[in-house]
Design a protein around this ligand. Structure first.
Ligand code: NAD
Length: 317
């Protein structure tokens, strides 16, 4: 029997993708069951991997029979791709299935922080109706959106923000020289200086770790907002908390954290000019189903001897 670990519950339609494959055994190891995970990974041939588990070099070394890691998402920062490649293990992802949902979440955060939805809601519930005159909200119309990373999600955000709010969109992406509708700058600094909103849509890598720290945050206008739906490790959270505390920037809206879940001592949790969501941008019902479908399809393709569509470490083929 070829064992497949599923770390995400599959709906009927998605499970069907595996139905016509002979000689397989599927095992659910859902969130946080480390003991079962460490046991089953020893002889599994494929794993459908959510963000709940990390495929470190050590885990990969223990996975003697593993041939495929299929991530239910775009980011593969919970997989040691180098270690997997050395062992000839295919790493798959689902780079397109969640883009629209993350873009929607990003725009929701932009709206919520600008219109102070959370702060107004909690004040109203506390009986403070007068808060309506605090003058804390702004308009979005005509403002400048600065994208750091102009790939799939960045471009969806750009198109929607232009169409819905007439925003000007500028961006920085070292791998893109030109894009219709986005003014690409060669210097990241210019984008931080000019934008009313900085929105992060780049991967977490050794180069981008803590990229957004004291220096870049220091270039932002006091009226500007930082939005991060990419990865927490891209932002130096302590530097950000200082800027927010001193009101050197207007606010931040974050879906992702350096450590997840963030520790209760994380200074960002104490600040009022921050909106936080629990890495939920890609967890809408439709998105979860789409992502699980793509990730399962990748495993099914492999088991049937076909080449999966989205291979992160193509070089090993
Ligand atoms: P993508 O690969 O389509 O786009 C990423 C872009 O970042 C690329 O154009 C790339 O050239 C650019 N880039 C790389 N290094 C950069 C740098 N140093 N500075 C600026 N740009 C750089 O990916 P995507 O689908 O748009 O996703 C973007 C990120 O969003 C992913 O890496 C992932 O970490 C994150 N994400 C988060 C969630 C969530 O649930 N919050 C879900 C999906 C993806």
């Amino acid at each position: 029997m070829r064992k497949i670990i599923l770390t995400k519950k599959l709906n009927e339609k998605n499970y069907q993708l595996l139905q016509d494959i002979n000689d397989i055994e599927t095992v659910y190891v859902l969130d946080g069951n480390e003991e079962a995970f460490n046991e089953h990974i020893k002889d599994a041939e494929a794993i459908l991997l959510s963000t709940a588990y990390k495929m470190t070099r050590e885990v990969i070394d223990n996975a003697k029979n593993l041939k495929v890691i299929s991530r239910t998402g775009a980011g593969v920062d919970n997989v040691d791709v180098e270690a997997a490649s050395e062992k000839g293990i295919l790493v798959l992802n689902t780079p397109t299935a969640n883009s629209i949902s993350v873009a929607e979440h990003t725009i929701t955060l932009i709206l919520a922080i600008t219109k102070q939805i959370i702060m107004y809601d909690s004040n109203l519930r506390d009986g403070n109706f007068k808060i309506r005159r605090s003058g804390k909200t702004r308009d979005i119309d005509g403002k400048t959106l600065g994208l750091i990373g102009c790939g799939r999600i960045g471009q969806f955000v750009a198109n929607k923000c232009k169409a819905a709010f007439g925003m000007e969109v500028i961006g920085y992406d070292p791998y893109i020289k030109e894009l219709p509708g986005i003014l690409i700058y060669e210097d990241i600094e210019e984008v931080f200086k000019r934008a009313d909103y900085i929105s992060l849509h780049l991967p977490l890598t050794s180069e981008t770790k803590n990229l957004v720290g004291e220096r870049l945050l220091g270039l932002m206008k006091p009226t500007s907002y930082l939005v991060n739906t990419a990865r927490g490790g891209i932002v130096d959270e302590y530097a950000l908390a200082e800027k927010l505390k001193n009101e050197e920037i207007a606010g931040a809206a974050l879906d992702v954290f350096e450590t997840e879940p963030p520790g209760m001592d994380n200074p960002l949790l104490q600040l009022k000019n921050v909106i936080l969501t629990p890495h939920s941008a890609a967890l809408s019902k439709e998105c979860s189903d789409r992502v699980a479908y793509e990730a399962t399809l990748g495993i099914a393709d492999y088991l049937k001897g076909n080449t999966p569509k989205f291979i992160v470490n193509k070089s090993i083929l």
